[in-house]
Design a protein around this ligand. Structure first.
Ligand code: WTA
Length: 650
């Protein structure tokens, strides 16, 4: 393989287009910048050593990573396999992720360091130091205690990208309550379903927030959900926009009233390493979302180690993960990971295109951001507006870039590399999932990169690509993505559904965790992820179960049957195409029906479902047992033979 050093190119002599095409045609690879490697937390020798150490002593490797964190009591056993696939890490150990994220920094030089920089859409900003955040989280922990919330109780958090979401999450962790964050773009129906499944006693929300020049009145969505949430005793409302809200229901209380009366000190509870920290619902192959459970100990170890090595976190860094805390990316790498690593994390409340397509670049210049981690969809979207926008800003503080959530096409990779990183920043394409909790397949800044590849498994992580029998596939051949050994941030199970946990992840290829993705590995062992192998589509990095869309559709009075498939989209990766058969006697014209059904899906699931097209059919292809064959629809749609789709189908 030919290797080129990452160097500033002479833009005049090499026009952008030509460079891009040349790179793709030649299949060049990118060697790390010497100046980056010199100071890296992990140099190429360390990397090799880590890989070897992890290969020979998996437990010892992760045990060493655990030393980075505070333990009230050290573990008795690193990994307990006795109840596999319910693997338990750091058994007997006592810790608390909030203690690691906040309390332990307060006695160090980090006490007055900025923990969170928050940028509102209107450009105003707020900064919280570690000490500020610590005191606020303590106050909120005291609020929870006053409300009688105890260890193991569930708290639903329906908040956007504002500092209070971190305060509330950390406050929950401090008292040992289990939080369930519901992304603020989800509908009332989706929120209600998640609250009820978790039997949350408390909900925390906000009057409204800024998004795309508008005020989103989030509290009103909660009102709608609350009509059928019997477990909820209290709803705490944060006052942010000052919009009028109805507080007449006796369950509603103001956040600021509650916080005012509480002391800023709190004794963070010592939790078992395996005690649950949160539930995060994600889409799978059934009509109902799955409640993925993560814990305090192994999860904290996994996300802290991966963040420090992959993004090479330095004491002076400002780290921007431009995701939303409502997804796992935000849990692990906006809130818990960066704070455990003691870095400064950036939260941006608004839309990346508001008021214009230069907003992200402007934020990077404004704060001197060093590391940017975002989704390929965002890169592709901004790429379409052209490189004149990033050129207007000083992006020279950037040292490392990252992507997550979906495959990145080499063209977008190279655009990101050239125009945002200015040929000076390696791109960390991180493959992982809600279930894995932490980066699984990812480079570090000391590895040689290939555009469009997420490199290889992180040291101590055993991801592979196998056939249906669990045998490794040859280089270049597609197969199922599996994990062959436990890893510390792995899910603890599915909330209230241990059987489903076993069935979904551990039964199809015995002894291995089945991720639900398909990928290839090349002759150098580099992974290329191709998408999901199950009935989950990935729109703009968001997971949407086709069965969830279908059950939303059939709940409409006109719909008899429905099928949903993912079709490729240049910007969003994949979007939904729907096939619908109508009940007898529906007389509305097609355009009205399309609008109504789109609105209905939006109401049931929220705006994250992007529908390209709705096609009305007289009947849908089915198996003899009556199961709708989505793969046939997909084959027709993509102009493939059914055989071509065999690996796409689970
Ligand atoms: C996809 C997001 C290709 C994949 C952290 C996975 C990716 C699903 C990548 C998980 C990547 C995530 N390259 N595909 N770098 N990262 N995916 O649970 O299909 O929201 O299974 O977690 O996103 O989505 P989730």
């Amino acid at each position: 393989m030919e290797v080129v050093a990452m160097k500033k190119k002479d833009k005049e002599s090499q026009p952008e287009r030509e460079t891009t095409e040349a790179l793709l045609a030649e299949g060049r690879v990118f060697r790390p910048l010497p100046e980056l490697v010199v100071d890296a937390n992990l140099n190429p020798n360390d990397y090799e050593e880590a890989v070897q150490k992890a290969r020979h002593d998996l437990e010892g490797f992760w045990e060493e990573a655990a030393e980075d964190l505070h333990w009230f009591k050290r573990w008795d056993k690193v990994l307990d396999r006795s109840e596999a696939p319910f693997f338990k890490w750091f058994v007997g150990g006592k810790t608390n992720i909030a203690y690691n994220a906040l309390d332990r920094h307060i006695t160090t030089h980090r006490k007055n360091k900025v923990a969170i920089i928050h940028e509102r859409e209107d450009g105003s900003r707020e900064r919280l130091t570690y000490y500020d955040l610590y005191r606020e989280a303590n106050r909120f922990a005291n609020v929870l205690k006053s409300l009688g919330i105890q260890k193991g109780d569930r708290v639903a958090i329906y908040l956007p990208n504002i500092p209070e979401i971190a305060i509330v999450m950390l406050g929950c962790a401090k008292v040992g309550a289990i939080h369930s964050v519901v992304y603020a773009g989800f509908s009332a129906a989706a929120l209600r379903e998640r609250i009820n499944h978790a039997e949350a006693r408390l909900v925390v929300t906000v009057d409204g927030f800024q998004r795309n020049g508008k005020t989103i009145r989030l509290k009103e969505v909660v009102d709608e959900a609350m009509t059928a949430c019997p477990s909820v005793e209290t709803v705490i409302v944060i006052q942010r926009m000052g919009v009028e809200v109805d507080m007449s229901d006796g369950r509603y209380l103001w956040f600021h009233d509650l916080m005012k009366g509480e002391p800023a000190s709190f004794e963070t509870m010592a939790m078992d390493a395996t005690d649950p920290l949160y539930i995060l619902y994600t889409s799978g192959t059934t009509g109902k979302p799955k409640g993925v459970v993560h814990c305090h100990g192994g999860y904290g170890v996994g996300i802290t180690r991966t963040l420090k090595w992959v993004f090479d976190i330095k004491e002076t860094d400002i780290f921007w993960c431009a995701a939303d805390p409502g997804w796992v990316t935000g849990h692990s790498y906006i809130v818990y990971g960066p704070l455990c690593a003691g870095t400064t994390t950036v939260m941006y409340e608004g839309h990346p295109l508001f008021p214009g397509p230069d907003r992200m670049w402007q934020i990077i210049e404004k704060y001197g951001i060093n590391i940017l981690y975002t989704a390929p969809t965002t890169i592709r979207m901004l790429m379409r507006f052209g490189s004149q926008h990033p050129k207007k800003y000083d992006l020279s503080t950037l040292r490392i870039l990252g992507t997550v959530g979906e495959p990145i096409n080499p063209e977008a990779w190279v655009w990101y590399y050239e125009n945002i990183g200015n040929h000076n920043c390696p791109i960390m394409d991180t493959w992982w999932q809600t279930e894995t909790g932490m980066f699984m397949v990812t480079p570090t800044p000391c590895n040689v990169l290939k555009p469009g590849s997420a490199f290889k498994p992180f040291p101590g992580v055993h991801v592979d690509v196998v056939d249906a029998h669990g045998e490794p596939v040859q280089a270049g051949k597609g197969g199922y993505v599996v994990v062959k050994e436990p890893w510390p941030a792995m899910l603890q199970g599915l909330y209230k559904d241990p059987e489903k946990y076993k069935e979904v992840y551990w039964s199809k290829i015995p002894g291995m965790y089945l991720a639900g993705d398909i990928a290839t590995k090349d002759e150098d062992g580099y992974f290329r992820f191709q998408g999901r192998s199950d009935d989950v589509l990935n729109t703009a990095g968001h997971r949407i179960g086709t069965a969830e869309v279908e059950s939303a559709l059939v709940s409409h009075k006109y719909v008899a049957e429905a099928a949903c498939i993912g079709v490729p989209d240049k910007v969003k990766g994949e979007v939904a195409k729907l096939f619908v058969t109508l009940k007898e006697g529906v007389e509305e014209d097609e355009a009205t029906l399309v609008n109504e059904l789109k609105a209905h899906v939006r109401k049931e699931l929220g705006p994250i479902v992007v529908i390209r097209e709705i096609s009305f059919e007289s009947k849908l292809p089915k198996t003899r047992s009556g199961k709708i064959m989505r793969r046939v629809l997909k084959a027709r749609e993509l102009g493939l033979s059914e055989g071509d789709l065999s690996t796409l189908d689970d």
